[in-house]
Design a protein around this ligand. Structure first.
Ligand code: HEC
Length: 349
């Protein structure tokens, strides 16, 4: 969920980062601890919850401090360029619900984080004729376009059904069960029941004429997961002939890896990894230097998906020891560029 961006704080952070480079005021892996605040709302009505919510985060290590007051919450510090999940609940009325929050370069204020009401979940189960079991989770994903507006008319056959799940089902424009629908309605919502605990990310099916991008999201027994799935027209096409110099290297700057993996400041090459400086230095760091931990390599030609350069900034189950997650998952364009570059032999090109 994106909220109003506080541009004043964003600007202040940019200035601190700029000066930090020469004054050493910025230390360690937390050069810009950003903040997120908002309220927990009811998914179906949009009303702020009246009870006291519980809110925790998943995907940040160490976990930031969360302060909750009724349905309002405030969270900090959060590293820039992080996608993490909030788990909010208000028993007995509202089910534990995961929702993604993406923080790029500024703090977020006034975000509205949805939790699913128990009576609402019961009405969906009845409407769709399913009996959800306590061992599995429920996913509600909203098909959206590039600008974040709901997309109607995405057929059920376009979605790959997550393993063991039942669905897809669709919500009508008033967010009620539409058992007869075979495609997304004006609300864009698609529902799957009985999702295995772990991580879920919706992808387009093999013959679909669309591409889907959804942040890998946690699923827990008897919990709900809410996500946006970005739809782009045209079948999924992986990049080819990827250049390290032109396409891979800029990712480390654009996605903020440099702020923690920088050779220019003592204690900032976290994980003993430098991702700024000359192209040949970065190449050596990734392809020739050994990783700190025995086991996975920074770039693994045998098992490209296991390369630390892909797994560390991605969501893992169980989570790995990385402060944040930056790539939405295997459908993230930058993840794909790095993956294909490794598959093509991790050339110094
Ligand atoms: C907020 C700081 C921070 C950011 C931003 C960050 N990292 Fe890291 N990274 C770390 C820390 C700390 C470690 C060491 C983790 C550990 O093993 O305890 C690490 C470890 C790694 C490692 C493993 C190094 C090794 O040899 O074990 C890789 C690869 C890596 N990060 C890649 C990235 C990439 C790619 C990005 C950007 C998409 C990124 N990181 C962004 C802090 C960060």
């Amino acid at each position: 969920m994106r909220g109003t961006k506080n541009s004043f704080i964003g600007m202040a952070v940019a200035i601190v980062a700029l000066y930090g480079a020469c004054t050493d005021e910025v230390e360690g892996g937390d050069p810009d601890g950003l903040a997120v605040s908002g309220q927990v709302i009811d998914f179906a009505t949009g009303e702020v919850l009246t009870g006291t919510a519980s809110v925790s985060t998943r995907g940040l290590d160490p976990a930031p401090v969360v302060i909750v007051d009724g349905a309002a919450f405030a969270i900090e510090p959060i590293p820039a360029n992080s996608i993490f999940h909030l788990l909010s609940a208000a028993p007995p009325t509202h089910r534990a619900t995961y929702a993604a929050v993406e923080v790029i370069d500024g703090s977020l204020e006034g975000i509205r984080v949805p939790a699913l009401g128990e009576t609402y979940i019961a009405s969906l189960a009845t409407g769709f004729g399913v009996s959800p079991t306590a061992a599995r989770g429920i996913l509600l994903a909203r098909a959206v376009d590039d600008a974040g507006a709901p997309r109607a008319g995405i057929p059920g056959s376009a979605f790959t059904v997550p393993p063991g799940a039942s669905g897809p089902f669709f919500l009508d424009p008033q967010l009620q069960a539409a058992p007869g629908a075979t495609a997304t309605t004006a609300s864009g919502w698609v529902v799957f029941f009985e999702i295995e605990p772990g991580l879920v990310g919706l992808t387009a099916s093999a013959n679909a004429q669309v591409t889907m991008e959804m942040a890998q999201s946690p699923v827990a027994p008897a919990a709900a997961t809410i996500a946006d799935v970005k739809i782009t027209d045209g079948a999924t096409v992986l990049p080819t002939n990827v250049s390290f110099r032109q396409q891979v290297r800029p990712i480390f700057q654009l996605r903020g890896c440099e702020s923690c993996h920088s050779g220019s400041g003592p204690g900032r090459d976290l994980g003993n990894l430098t991702l700024d400086g000359s192209v040949s230095l970065i190449y050596r760091e990734l392809v020739e230097e050994l990783a700190l931990t025995a086991g996975p390599k920074r770039v693994d030609l045998e098992m490209p998906e296991k390369s630390l350069v892909l797994t560390m900034p991605s969501a893992e189950d169980p989570p790995d020891r990385h402060p944040n997650v930056t790539f939405t998952g295997p459908s993230d364009r930058d993840y794909q560029l790095i993956l294909v570059w490794i598959r093509e032999g991790a050339r110094d090109n």
